[in-house]
Each structure stands twice: as structure tokens, then as C-alpha cells.
Ligand binder design. Sequence first.
Ligand code: TMP
Length: 205
Amino acid sequence: MTGKFITVEGIEGVGKTTNMEYLQQLIMAAGKELVVTREPGGTPLGEAIRTLLLDPAYKGMDPDCELQLMFAARAEHLDKVIKPTIEAGRWVLCDRFTDATYAYQGGGRGLDMEKIAILEQLVQGDFRPDLTLLLDVPVEVGLARAGNRSAPDRFEQEQVEFFERVRRAYLEMAATHNDRYRVIDASQPLENVQRQLDTVIKTIL
Ligand code: TMP
């Protein structure tokens, strides 16, 4: 039997790290073997591409270059980690995936969604996550939380309007793909967010 592929999405400051840890505990407590990974990254080559993508030295990177680097890292990640793990019957919990490309490069940078869909088809064929959890908070809440961290990376240096477009794109995708998307209100106290995650994970276990 193949494993499940679960992705976690959201703008900066939604509490992805804390909630990924909680999801990991839930899935492992149910006896599933789990690999936790992230994008961009998840392989040595992908992490090297991530370093290029996040480096503020490349401020002003051409959006098409950014888009193709995201998919280049993703191709390696699918080949070396995601697909072999799922085929071996284990589960994969991934911090961001292609929905982030639609949200950030499509919504944020304004690239044509059709162009992204062509690359998605090229790199993934029909492969999609089984479940996508969108951790949602208003942009000002997310940015206030994220702002307390260390030096901002190339994406974190973007303006509020950029993240408004990213959030809007995520919410639109969640409405369109409501078969695999679940929106979690992450502005609630942690206990409440965890209760929402319990409910969703139960449906897939
Ligand atoms: P992270 O800091 O949440 O790990 O993600 C790194 C940044 O990369 C984050 O600001 C979102 C961005 N990103 C994209 O713009 N497109 C993508 O396809 C992915 C996976 C991430």
C-alpha cells in the first residue's frame, strides 16, 4: 500500500513549525512511518537551491528564474525523497509544495497561473498531495509574528501587499480544490488550532 502525501501551507508567521511538530506527533502516534521534509529543499541539491532563492543578495531575481528554481528543487525532491517514500508505504509531511508556487510566484509575483500549471504538469504529471492544510491568519498578524525573528530572507523582505496577494491566492485555491484542502484558522489560540488539526487528521488516518 502506498503512503499519504500531506502538505502544509500558509504565509509567514502562521505557526507552521509548531503545527508541523504537532502533526508529526499525531501521525506517528497512529503508527504511521513518517518522513518530514520541506520546500524549497529536502535534498542536498534542493537545499543548495533554497540558499540561492532565499539570499537577499539576489533581490530583484527575475520571477521566471525564481519559478524555475522552485520546480528544479521540486523535481529532485520528488525523485529522491517524496515518491520513493510514498511508494515504500511511508507517509510524507511536507512544509510547502506546489501550492506555494501558485501563491507566491503566481499571486505574489503576478506570474501567469497557466505557466505554473505547465511546469507542474511537466515535473509532477498528475501527482498531487492527498491533503493540504492551509494555516490561515490575517497578513498583519502573520507579519507581526514573523517580524520577531532573525534577519529577514529575500521573501520576508517583501511588502504587506505582496503577502495579501499570496494569502488571497491560497484562499482561492482552497475554495477551488476543496477536495484536498482544509483551511485551519491559525489566528486562534494554539489549543484551538490543534483541535482543528486533530479533526482533520482523523479523516485521513
Ligand atoms: P519557508 O521559510 O516557509 O520554509 O519558505 C521559504 C520561502 O519560500 C517562503 O517565503 C515561501 C517561498 N516559496 C515560494 O515562493 N515558492 C514555493 O514554491 C515554495 C515552496 C516556497
